[in-house]
Ligand binder design. Structure first.
Ligand code: SAH
Length: 264
């Protein structure tokens, strides 16, 4: 396996690139790709930058140029529902582009000519990620996140959620907009700006992928303020510790080959 790891922001990725053994740095299409090993797993890390097009380009390049066999997206997101709190972890069960709307020609949210609105991540990889996230919260969290940051963000017993992630080219910082999205997209757990674009690319290229997000804000009027501080002090630790757990687990127990019904 060769794992492509995409992050949107520098802070989310910094720790992973530092941990890479014998990395080589390649520049392509205005991005840096770091190729090497992460805890004995072949890996390629890239900073996609923000938004769906940037993420889609990064995912495509990882597959077509760097030959990755699996993609993991790590990053932060706004909470999509009141039961999801800052500091919680969300793992995508399904992803949708909330700003896709070619109605009345196609149903709202449907990606035209693909015939679907929702994209499903790889179940095996997502389950491994879920185990890594739970273990992180139970075993590493107290050591990984400084006490003052735990208090500042009221990070008490963060939880792991699995559910629908909605992506669009918009930083959501408006309670009403979030409520409208919630109404239109049942089961929404997080809003962000890249995941569903990576999901579409992986669907079209038939590459298994998973998306994990730490909740940085409540997608309301305070979102921008909460977001910056969270990314700096907390998100990098989440990405580092969870990816380390995942890679070690994948090294010790490789994924089963997929039964490929789609063909390539
Ligand atoms: N105001 C910020 C914008 C960063 S974009 C700034 O000035 O830097 C936000 C990034 O975090 C994106 O990569 C997106 O995927 C994620 N994200 C976090 N909270 C979000 C929210 N409330 N809405 C949309 N994306 C969010």
């Amino acid at each position: 396996m060769r794992l492509g790891i995409i992050s949107a922001l520098h802070e989310e990725q910094a720790g992973l690139v530092e941990a890479m053994e014998r990395p080589s740095r390649l520049i392509h299409g205005m991005r840096e790709y770091f190729v090497g090993q992460l805890w004995e797993i072949d890996a390629v890390c890239v900073l996609s930058r923000i938004g769906k097009v940037a993420a889609a380009m990064s995912a495509t390049t990882l597959v077509e140029k760097f030959g990755v066999t699996h993609i993991l997206f790590t990053g932060v997101a706004g909470a999509g529902d009141k039961t999801v709190r800052v500091g919680d972890i969300v793992i995508a069960e399904s992803l949708v582009q909330h700003d896709m709307d070619a109605s009345p020609l196609f149903p709202r949210f449907e990606v035209p000519l693909i015939g679907r609105s929702h994209f499903q991540p790889d179940l095996q990889l997502s389950m491994r990620l879920s185990v890594a996230a739970h273990d992180f919260l139970e075993q590493d969290f107290m050591e990984a996140i400084q006490r003052q940051d735990q208090m500042a963000f009221q990070l008490e017993q963060p939880r792991v959620h699995r559910g629908l992630i909605a992506s669009g080219d918009q930083f959501v910082n408006d309670r009403l907009r979030l409520e409208a999205m919630n109404g239109a997209l049942p089961g929404l757990v997080a809003v962000e700006m890249e995941g569903a674009a990576v999901a579409q690319v992986c669907h079209e290229l038939n590459v298994p992928f998973a998306v994990i997000r730490a909740i940085s804000d409540n997608a309301n009027e305070n979102a921008a303020h909460d977001f910056m501080r969270f990314v700096k002090s907390v998100a990098a630790q989440y990405a580092f510790y969870i990816t380390r757990r995942l890679c070690r687990e994948l090294r010790d127990a490789p994924l089963q080959p997929r039964i490929d019904s789609a063909g390539t």
